[in-house]
Structures are given as C-alpha cells and as structure tokens.
Design a binder for this molecule. Structure first.
Ligand code: A3P
Length: 308
C-alpha cells in the first residue's frame, strides 16, 4: 500500500504526482506497487523477450518493430498493428499486468503463446529475478538523447487526460525536477547506465539501441534487432515491410491510433505519436537549459563509453 511507501524519500513532480525513491529510482506509488508485484509474481520463460526503456525514448516504435518481427514468421496472423496500438500488443509489466500487486484478470500469462513479448520502464536492477537470472530471456533496451526525451515528456505530461488545468506545466519547473532526477523512473542517466553496462557484460542477453541510430540507419538497426531476436530476415522485402508497418507516418494515421485509447490507462493512443524526429529540443531549449543538461550528461556519462 502507499502507506508503506511513506517511509521512503518523497518528492513531487508535475505538480501533483508524489514520487517515492526506491533503491535509487523515483516511482509514483501505483507504479512502485506494480514493480514489487512483478518482482514477486512474474515468471520469465527462456524465450520471453523483455523490451525496456525510459519513458519517451522510443518505446512505441520498439514495441511495434518487435511485434512485427516476431509475427513476420507467423502466417496465421495478419498485420496486428493495423488494428491495435503497439501498447495493447506489448504490455507493460508494472502498470499493465501487475498493478497493485496482482495480475490483472483480463490476461492469463501462463497460457500466452511463446515467444511472449513484454515491456517495462523499470530500472535494470529492479527487474524480476526470473528475468535477471535466466541467461536466455532476452532484453532489448532503447534510449534517446536526453534533450529530446525531456521535450517529448513535457508534451506528454501536458496531455489533458489527467490534467485539470488547461495551462501547460511551467517548462522551467519541470526542467529543474528532471535535472534532479525527480521524474517517473528517474534519474534518466542512472537508468541508461545500468542497462548500458549490463549490455556490455552480456551482449547476448541485452541489446542496447539508440533512437537516433535507428532514425539514421533504420535497415541496419532493424536487421541487428531481428538477428538478436533469433529471427534474421531472409530478404530486403521483409525488412522494408516491417519498417513501413511500424513507421511513425503509418501508425500515426491509422484509425486505431487517431481515436482509440490505451485500455485501462485512460490515455489516448494519439498521445504516443507527436513528431517522431531527432532534435526537436532545439525548438524549446534556452542556451541555459542546454548548458545545464549537457553538463549533467558529461558528468554522469564520463568514462562510460556512452554518449548522446
Ligand atoms: P516525440 O514526442 O519527440 O515526437 P515513447 O514511445 O517511449 O513514449 O516515446 C514517444 C516518442 O516516440 C514520441 O516522440 C513519438 O512521437 C515517437 N514515436 C512514436 N512512434 C514512433 C515511430 N513509429 N517511429 C518513430 N518515432 C515514434
């Protein structure tokens, strides 16, 4: 219960969300209870694939691509993306499946056909033991440059589904929160670095992707992803098909994504498709903001071999 979280360090973000610091990372109570629920109850299979990401780093794209890749060889299925939002196809452990310490009743994970695809935003060190200890259960992590993540997240936070005020959150205030790591699943850099170092140690278990690289060389990155999932493409046509089916331009304009909602989350599907470009931060950041986030980035990433 959130009462037991009251002993944890607490901060507020987006004016109204209480965040609790659990073993180094900030979670709102309803998500933290889902993390703990997943830790206690999720039983990974060897052929499960876990997609992992910090919010707003390309989760929707990765979900679309991976469900396409895994379904490409399954001729009984039509293109599921035309009917369902990627978030309905690949569900998130800690708020979709293990909310409030119980598995949601609408899905029986034990009868889900293999290979099962799941997603999580939780920190690497918080993943259920059954995922961490099974060398065959694969993880794909996607990340993105922190300035675009900030802008994407700020827009997302202003979405009216949970806001009462029509005014956007003051950007400077949210920026200060983010610089302190006070955001859902923050701090960003700690999140990225955990997955980064683990991917260096276990490249067969964890594939580390960057949004910008996928934009720059979509075919190359997609082939890498498919090979990692044990489903290498046999021809270029397949590569093109998966890329097109998962593309921003296509998904954004599908009926299901224009008017549908992500069940149970009270979020419109359209919120997940904003601009889908690299460098939109330049339209929002002041020189001061750029300097500050670059400084934090340099300091946190120093010596890691990772940069943005
Ligand atoms: P912007 O807000 O910069 O446009 P997440 O999926 O992790 O919530 O991240 C959302 C970001 O990914 C948004 O970025 C969104 O527009 C972008 N996005 C969604 N679907 C995409 C796709 N198929 N290809 C590329 N980018 C996509």
């Amino acid at each position: 219960s959130s009462q037991e979280f009251e002993k944890l360090p607490k901060e507020t973000c987006w004016e109204s969300f209480d965040l609790y610091k659990f073993q180094g990372f900030w979670y709102p109570g309803f998500i933290l209870s889902g993390v703990l629920g997943a830790q206690s109850h999720f039983e990974a299979r060897s052929d499960d694939v876990i997609l992992a990401s910090f919010p707003k780093t390309g989760t929707t794209w990765l979900k679309a691509l991976c469900s396409c890749i895994l379904q490409e060889h399954d001729h009984d299925h039509d293109d599921q993306l035309s009917l369902k939002n990627p978030h309905a196809l690949v569900r998130t452990l800690e708020y979709d499946l293990f909310k409030d310490d119980v598995t949601l009743p609408d899905i029986d994970l034990s009868t889900m056909p293999s290979p099962r695809l799941f997603h999580t935003h939780m920190a690497y060190s918080h993943l259920p033991d059954s995922v961490l200890k099974n060398p065959d259960c694969k993880i794909v992590y996607i990340t993105r440059n922190p300035k675009d993540v900030f802008v994407s997240n700020w827009h997302f936070s202003n979405s009216d589904s949970w806001r009462t005020s029509p005014e956007p959150y003051p950007m400077e205030k949210v920026f200060d929160e983010v610089c302190k790591g006070h955001q859902f699943y923050g701090p960003f850099f700690d999140h990225v670095l955990e997955f980064w170092f683990e991917s260096l140690k276990m490249p067969e278990k964890i594939l580390f992707l960057k949004y910008e690289e996928m934009k720059r060389d979509p075919k190359g990155e997609l082939k890498k992803l498919a090979a990692f999932l044990g489903r290498p493409f046999s021809n270029e046509e397949q590569v093109e098909k998966v890329l097109w089916r998962s593309s921003f331009d296509r998904l954004k304009n599908l009926e299901v994504n224009k008017n549908g909602v992500v069940f149970d989350m009270e979020l419109s599907n359209k919120l997940f498709f904003r601009r889908g470009i690299v460098g939109d931060w330049k339209n929002y950041f002041t020189d001061e903001m750029k300097k500050k986030l670059d400084e934090i980035s340099c300091m946190k990433l120093e010596g890691s071999g990772l940069d943005f």
